[in-house]
Design a protein around this ligand. Structure first.
Ligand code: NAI
Length: 335
């Protein structure tokens, strides 16, 4: 039996993980996040299981190593929250779930675009108050418009194909283009600059790395087509929030739909409805009628949760028995 300290636990995590691991894993579920301050709670476990807002910096990893733990199992695809250099030096095996459901994230991306464009978020509230006026709810046809996809990995490709289904022109930028796929779906690879300047909707589907931090900043945002809508379901720090707030105020940016936020750690996944929000930039974003924020829920489908649980449990039990982890799930320094 492998003992796993599980952090940032939500009811759906518990439900899907327990169902996937009947008698092979002893779970120790913690509601709080894993950080250097909480790492001592892992003592006695064989491995830790973490999510996007747990913070596995050097100090945290040193504490885990001191507790005799050598396996970090991420139950997500992104791994920007783990100091991989420190993890490598301390001899950690870091695994993740590289692809649980690209459809879940791509479909949420499209849901954000449709909601924001057709003002469904505003219409929903209006009609519930018996306000049946249509003023201020004018959207635009997706058909014939241009969608720019930055990052044509698993999720970006699914999103691109769905947008093609609306009759949109789809242009894409990726340092590793997939020419055959693009040709098969009528998608055009262009330079990053061109994608910025021609897109009516620009959507980000790339990992957060030092090179992609603030990919959208004051300079790149100013090169977007005036009135463009920006969508981010990847990682919050891809966008410089201050720069997009300025562009929204000027009217240069036509809309912003985000499922991730630069400083979401400690805010997203929590019910703060009775509290005073301390984050001034998020508070400002929430005041714009043309900004839509969801709290990192793009992955949240039954299919994705089942697959996350299956791969995570299999890796934890394989490694616990001293057997090789699943191919393709190891995260290494080179990323
Ligand atoms: P992937 O690894 O399959 O694809 C990423 C793509 O980005 C690759 O094709 C890569 O070449 C490209 N890329 C790297 N640097 C780039 C750059 N500077 N410009 C343009 N493209 C670049 O990853 P996948 O599965 O498609 O996931 C994308 C991101 O979505 C993840 O990194 C993760 O952060 C995020 N994500 C968000 C979720 C949510 O619930 N909101 C759930 C799952 C993933």
């Amino acid at each position: 039996m492998t003992t796993v300290a599980f952090y940032d636990t939500k009811p759906y995590d518990r439900q899907f993980m327990v169902a996937a691991a009947t008698d092979v894993i002893h779970w120790v579920f913690h509601d709080f996040r894993l950080t250097a301050e909480t790492a001592a709670t892992a003592r006695g476990a064989d491995a830790v299981c973490v999510f996007v807002n747990d913070r596995l910096d050097r100090a945290c990893l040193e504490q885990l190593a001191g507790c005799g733990i050598h396996h970090v199992a991420l139950r997500c695809a992104g791994f920007n929250n783990v100091d991989l250099v420190a993890a490598g030096r301390l001899g950690f095996l870091v695994t993740r779930v590289p692809a649980y459901s690209p459809h879940a994230v791509a479909e949420h991306t499209v849901a954000l675009v449709l909601t924001l464009n057709r003002r469904i978020h505003r219409a929903y509230n209006r009609v519930r108050e018996q306000n049946f006026s249509l003023s201020g709810l004018v959207g635009f046809d997706l058909h014939g418009k241009t969608c720019g996809i930055v990052g044509t990995g698993r999720i970006g490709r699914v999103a691109a194909e769905i947008f093609r289904g609306f009759g949109m022109r789809v242009v894409a930028y990726d340092p590793f283009p997939m020419a055959d796929w693009a040709a098969a779906h009528g998608i055009e690879y262009r330079s990053f600059d061109e994608v910025l300047s021609v897109s009516d909707i620009l959507t980000l589907h790339l990992p957060l790395t030092p090179a992609t931090h603030h990919l959208l900043n004051a300079d790149t945002v100013s090169r977007l087509k005036p009135g463009a809508m920006v969508v981010n379901t990847s990682r919050g720090k891809l966008i410089d929030t201050k720069a997009v707030i300025e562009a929204l105020k000027r009217g240069h940016l036509g809309g912003l739909a985000i499922d991730v936020y630069e400083e979401e750690e400690g805010i997203f996944f929590e019910d703060l409805s009775g509290e005073v929000l301390q984050d001034d930039e998020l508070s400002r974003l929430l005041t714009f009628p043309n900004v839509l924020v969801t709290a990192h829920q793009a992955f949240l489908t039954r299919e994705a949760l089942s697959e996350i649980a299956r791969v995570t449990v299999e890796n934890l039990s394989l490694v616990g028995r001293g057997e090789p982890f699943l191919a393709g799930t190891r995260v290494e320094e080179a990323g």
